[in-house]
Each structure stands twice: as C-alpha cells, then as structure tokens.
Design a protein around this ligand. Sequence first.
Ligand SMILES: Cc1ncc(COP(=O)(O)O)c(C=O)c1O
Length: 392
Amino acid sequence: MDFRRINGLPPYVFTIIDSLKVESRRAGHDVIDLGFGNPDLPSPDIAVSKLCEAAGNPRNHRYSSSRGIPKLRQAVADLYQRRFGVDLDPETEVINTIGAKEGFSHLMWVLLEAGDAVLVPSPSYPIHLFAPLFAGANVREMPLTSNQDDFFDTLTERFEFSWPRPRVIVLSFPHNPTTTCVDLDFMQRVVDFARERDVVLVHDFAYAELGFDGVKPPSILEAEGAKDVAVEFYSMTKSFSMAGWRMAFMVGNPEVVAALAKLKSYLDYGTFQPIQIAATVTLNEAVDYPVEVGEVYQRRRDALCDGLQRIGWEIEPPRGTMFAWAPIPEQYSHMGSVEFASMLVKDADVAVSPGVGFGPGGEGFVRFALIENEQRINQAVRNLRGSLDKLR
Ligand SMILES: Cc1ncc(COP(=O)(O)O)c(C=O)c1O
C-alpha cells in the first residue's frame, strides 16, 4: 500500500530515546525521564470536581458546540482582559480547539494550499514544521537566535527572499525547545511588518504563563493593530497542567477565527461538554493556579541549571517555558544529539530529547523537560556527574 501523504515523513527521533528508556526500565534501571514535555503536576481540584459534576448530567452527554460553549468563550475573553489588557469579542474572536496542536494543524489546512510558502522558526516544536507540510506547503525555516533583534532581521530577510511570497509566519514565544523569550517591542515590530506585507501571523502561546524571574511573556494581541493580521493559541495544557483534557483556544483576527470555525464545523463536534464546563469554571476561579505552576517549574529550573553548572556543563538558565535547552558539552559534541542522548539513557539513566528531533536547527543541543520533582532532578545531576567523565 502507498501512503503518499505520510511516506516522506522522517522517523520520529524521540521514539529512539523512548525505546531505550523502556528497555532500561525493563532491565530494572530507575530512569529519570526529562524527555517528553508531559506535565506531571495535577490539574486544579476545581477542574476535576466540576468535570465529575457535569458528567453526571445527561444533558451534557450530547454533541457539544464545535466553537466552544458561549460561557467558555466569555471566560477566555475575560482572561485576556485580566492578563493582557486585550479586548476580545467572544462571539467572533474566540474559538475553542481540541488542544493547541489540533487547532494549529487544522488552521494550517485553512490558511495554506499546496505550493504556498510559510515561515517557521528553526528549531521548532515539531507540529509547527509538519502541519504546514501536511497541508502541502513549502516550509522556509528561520534560524532562531536568542537575540530578538537578530531574529527579527532573519525573519524580514527570509520573507523578502522567499518566492512565492509567504502567506503565513509562525511564531511561538516563550519558545519550545530553545526557551527564547521576546518582549512586546518585538511583537509590535512583527505586527507592523505583517500589516505592511498583508501576511497572517500565527502565534502559538503555549507557555503564556510560564515566564521566570519576573518575565511576563507578552501576548501578540497586545501589539497595536495585531487583530488585523494575527491569531494566537492559548492552551490550558501547561499553565493549568491540563494536558490530557485537550483544551485550548484560538483568539484574534475574526476572519481567521471564522475560517477555522467553518472547517471545524465539518470535522468535529468540539470537546466533551463536561470538559468545556470544567474549563470554564477553572478559567474563572483558578486564576492563580498558573502562577503556582510557574513557581514549581522555576524551582526545578534552578535545581537543574545550578546542578549542571556545578558539574561543568555550561548552560544559560531559561527565562520561560518548562524546558532547559542545553548545548552538548564540547567534549561530546562530535557525537551528535541522538547518540549523546542515547548514551545518557544507557549510562546515566537520564532521558532527554535530542535537539535534532526539533529539526536540523536543533542539532548540537539536548532538551531537558522539567517534569520530575527537584529531588529527582538533583539525582539526575548526580547521575550525569558520574557518567560524563570527560567533564571532570
Ligand atoms: C509550542 C507548543 N505548542 C503546543 C503544544 C501542545 O499544546 P496542546 O496540548 O494544547 O495541544 C506544546 C506542547 O508541548 C508546545 O510546546
């Protein structure tokens, strides 16, 4: 059989490390898993109790609304007003998606056709590269540097030199995997640029609430004129630790919102209504939960980065996300990220993600996800010290 749409996909490199981890655990090793970005913190109690309550009502067992129930969209508009000072019309500027990943993937289908060009940062969260490819588009990568001015120059240059002219620019800050953060001035410059060129901006704001040391990541919609050209994904996965619930939103430009709503009205009936009800109450009432979640990740970041520095592994502490992006120490850099990450599972019982899994621009790095507690992270550092003998 021939599966033309997926035949060209490269093997998912993360599965290599995952299989090694499973093998090691089967052999009795206590592997500390800092690989996959799957949050370990519980969802807010109120989410769970409201879900149970709403699930008991048969009226909530029917098909729900694909765009999201009105109270949920209103809760998102309230959150944007409270957190970012952004006004959103819940009727026309907010849509519920089944996680940011689903929303982003279908949005690419809406915005792009075969042969269209799209600009995507490199390295990238894999779906940012693959969803445009599934839509048949040509991805033009923008190498991401930690300096936002340099990155802005790269973006404008790549845009001007691309043919056909890109129809979409994908952004995502704080950024997975590199942890790069930008400020509102950067967002404003990109919005001004996009308005002049008439190009759609798609900002994946999955780490909206996860800034450290007082960093408050800006929403792209805080930039003046943003709604003319931009949409943004806000997800409850990381900030509210609700990964399995599949609850996210796309907000911003009403034409793009309507276009995604149209496609989704053909494809799905939305998330199970009790989940929508529980999410509504959580957004309205658990407003401080993301702050608590952020504090936990910040303490884990400190444990990891202080520890790595102590054992001679130079790393710049991230200012946001729930990851640390670590250059492979020079003594091991010849190995490449897959071989190095494989060695860490086998010799140190520590699983990390090889940078190349985020595209060729990620080679030379590994990503630590801060999804184990501080004690386990300290243990991971001790394991690394024991096995990375060239650092000594
Ligand atoms: C940049 C980015 N976007 C989206 C997601 C997934 O979000 P969701 O669970 O809402 O699909 C992740 C998860 O790792 C991510 O890093």
